[in-house]
Design a protein around this ligand. Structure first.
Ligand code: NAD
Ligand code: MN
Length: 361
C-alpha cells in the first residue's frame, strides 16, 4: 500500500485560520473521493505560537514539517508582533514562516496569476488590456534582503540613527533558482523575463550574469532581462506580454502583489514554495496575501487563494494534474455563478464561496 500523503496544517494569524479551514475542506473532499490516503497534522505558527510558547516557530514544528510532504499555511503576522525588536534575533527567529522557508530550503516560490474572463470588470484595467493575462511570478525565497546580515539600526555619534540591510546572493542560489525558472517556462509558453537592478546593484550584476549562463543551456526559451522598475511598469502597461518572471526575494514579493490586480484581488493568488521541481522534499503551499487584520474574524475573507494553493499541492506535491484542474475549474464555476466575496465586489461570505466551490466539485 502507498504511504499516506502527510500534510501539516499551520493556519497562522488573522484571516489565516479562516481561509485554511476552507482550503482544507476542499482538500479533504477530493482526497476522500479519490481514496487518497492522508495523514493531517495541525500546529500553530508565528503569532499564535509566540503567545503560547514564546517562539514564532518551535523546533517541534520544524521537525514535523520535515516529516511532511506538504505544509498548508494561512498567513502570519499582525500589529501585535510586527516590528518587534528582539535583540540579536535572526530574521528567521523573528518570523515563523521565514524560519520554515529557510529550514526547508523552499527557495523557489511559484506565484501564478491570471485574468478571469468573468472578473475583467473587477480589475483596475480596461478589459482589452488585461484579457488573456496569464503570468507566473517566480520569487526566490531563501536569500536576499529578507535574510541578509549584517542588518540593524545603529545609533550614530551625533545621536541620529542608521538602519541597514544587506542583499546577498551567491551564484549557487541564483543558478538553482534560474533552473526552476527555465523548466517552468518550458512547461508554459517558453518565455522567461528575469528582473534585477544590475544598473545600481552588484548582486544584480551577478544575478543577470548567472541567469544568462543558465539560459545558454535553454535555447528553446526566449530570455529577456529587464530592470525591475521598468518590469513593474511593463507589467501594468502590457499584462499579456509576460509568461514567467524570475525575481529575487524582494522584487518577487512586489511583483506578485502587483499582478494580483489581473485577477481582481490579492485574495485570489495561491503559491507553492518548493525545494526545486520534483525534489521529493517538503513544500509550502499558501495564499500570497497576508493576515489581513483589517477584515479578520468577520467571515468575509476570500478563500480562493488558499483553495488554489491546494490545487498547486495536487499539481506539484502529488503530480495529480487532473485534480488540480478540477479545483481550478470549480473556482471558475464559482466566479461564473457570481458568488463573489466583498474584495471582488460581491457580498458572499467565506463560507458561501467555499460551499459554492465544493458543490461545483
Ligand atoms: P495583506 O495581504 O494582509 O492585506 C492587504 C490588503 O488586501 C488588505 O486590504 C486586505 O484586507 C486585503 N486582503 C488580503 N487577503 C485578502 C483575502 N483573502 N480576502 C480579502 N481581502 C484580502 O497585507 P498587509 O495588510 O500589508 O499585512 C498584514 C499582515 O500580514 C502583516 O503582519 C504582514 O507582515 C503579514 N503578511 C504575511 C504574509 C504571509 O504570511 N505570507 C504575506 C504578506 C503579509
Ligand atoms: Mn508579500
Amino acid at each position: 500500500m502507498a504511504k499516506p500523503f502527510k500534510l501539516l496544517v499551520l493556519p497562522g494569524d488573522g484571516i489565516g485560520p479562516e481561509v485554511v479551514a476552507a482550503a482544507l475542506r476542499v482538500f479533504e473532499r477530493i482526497c476522500r473521493r479519490e481514496r487518497i490516503d492522508t495523514e493531517v497534522g495541525h500546529d500553530v505558527l508565528h503569532g499564535e505560537a509566540w503567545e503560547r510558547y514564546g517562539s514564532f516557530c518551535r523546533d517541534e514544528t520544524v521537525a514535523a514539517a520535515r516529516e511532511s510532504q506538504a505544509l498548508l499555511v494561512g498567513a502570519v503576522g499582525g500589529p501585535r508582533w510586527d516590528n518587534m525588536i528582539i535583540d540579536g534575533a535572526t530574521p528567521a527567529e523573528r518570523d515563523g514562516l521565514m524560519r520554515l522557508r529557510e529550514d526547508l530550503e523552499t527557495y523557489a516560490c511559484l506565484r501564478p496569476s491570471r485574468a478571469y474572463e468573468t472578473l475583467l470588470d473587477k480589475t483596475p484595467f480596461r478589459p482589452e488590456v488585461v484579457a488573456g493575462a496569464d503570468i507566473m511570478v517566480l520569487r526566490e525565497l531563501c536569500g536576499g534582503l529578507p535574510y541578509g546580515t549584517p542588518r540593524g539600526i545603529d545609533r550614530l555619534d551625533d545621536g541620529s540613527y542608521q538602519g541597514y540591510d544587506a542583499n546577498f546572493y551567491s551564484s549557487h542560489e541564483i543558478r538553482r533558482f534560474a533552473v526552476v525558472g527555465f523548466e517552468i517556462a518550458r512547461q508554459r509558453r517558453g518565455k522567461l523575463t528575469s528582473i534585477d537592478k544590475s544598473n545600481v546593484m552588484e548582486s544584480g550584476i551577478l544575478w543577470r550574469r548567472v541567469v544568462a549562463e543558465v539560459g545558454s543551456g535553454y535555447a528553446d526559451i526566449e530570455l529577456e532581462h529587464l530592470y525591475a522598475d521598468n518590469a513593474l511598469y511593463q507589467m501594468m502597461m502590457r499584462p499579456t506580454a509576460f509568461d514567467v518572471v524570475l525575481a529575487d526575494n524582494i522584487f518577487g514579493d512586489l511583483a506578485s502583489d502587483l499582478v494580483a490586480s489581473y485577477a481582481g484581488s490579492l485574495g485570489m493568488l495561491p503559491s507553492a514554495s518548493l525545494h526545486g521541481l520534483n525534489s521529493g522534499k517538503p513544500a509550502i503551499y499558501e495564499p500570497v496575501h497576508g493576515s489581513a487584520p483589517d477584515i479578520a474574524g468577520r467571515g468575509i475573507a476570500n478563500p480562493i487563494g488558499a483553495i488554489l494553493s491546494v490545487a498547486m499541492m495536487f499539481r506539484y506535491g502529488m503530480q495529480r494534474t487532473e485534480l488540480a484542474r478540477q479545483v481550478d475549474e470549480a473556482v471558475e464555476r464559482c466566479l461564473q455563478a457570481e458568488v463573489l466575496p466583498p474584495d471582488l465586489g460581491g457580498n458572499a461570505s467565506t463560507e458561501q464561496v467555499t460551499e459554492q466551490i465544493l458543490s461545483a466539485l
